[in-house]
Write a protein that binds this ligand. Sequence first.
Ligand SMILES: [Zn+2]
Length: 303
Amino acid sequence: MSWSRQLGRALCALASGALFVVGGAFAQTPTPYRGPLFDSHLHYNEEACALGAACPYPVADVLAAMQRSGVRAIVANSRPNDGTKSLASAVEATRAAGVTVVPFIRLYRNRADYSGWFADETIHQMVLKELAAGTAAGPYRGIGEFHLYESRNANGPVAARLMKLAQARDLVVLAHVDDDAIDLLMAHAPQARLIWAHTGIGGAPVARVRELLKRHPRLMGELSYRPGLTHSGGGLSAEWKALLSEQPERFLIGSDTWVNPRWGSYDLLMAEARAWLGDLPPEAARRIAWGNAAALFGVATPP
Ligand SMILES: [Zn+2]
């Protein structure tokens, strides 16, 4: 074959997405995972739809996006908690869409709460009040997502109190923190079930992630925004493929719709997850996509 014909074929293959370059070698595009998805990190914040104000993403629209993407269950946590309550209260619509809502209590009434919640007793009181009230979709199952921009704030009095509360009431904690804060949070409540949002958005080395998973048997990692997870072709990087294949029971997927553009690209985000999940053995993909969260929250697998 002539050089130009070879080049033409390679370009066609690249254009069709059938081949991509990994470390200088050609690899086959994996077949995307096709089973149900459990979106374990979802926000329906007031920018997406505020009570009595602008609502660019009504409940019907976000449920339609989930339906298109094959998302059959969500962890809902929203600033303020009204967003989660509006999803939880849409009992008929969520049932019709085939989406189970697992409500979490967000610690933020507003943006100012991001930076001081860990030492703010009024946040602890709000959590107790929300827990007592529950939602139309059932009791709250977790706390978070919360952020700690400095690891040492994991030792704030309210952070410690909420970790102990989670352990005592069997609530799952969703924490956007660094690797050092994982150790500090778990020290307050070693039996608490903690989901590490993004599994380290700062890119903690995979060796460090392995170390934390080993030290804290009830720790799980959610994988949105995780640096280094995928390569430019959309499949998994070698080190993440190895880790997820070895320990598929420890990971979850999420959309993290923290700003409206994430809602605008919800279908694409879920398609990207399906693409890299397709790089795993089918049983590992199914666990990360659906089975781990379904087991954690007791959600029945759709037929
Ligand atoms: Zn988030």
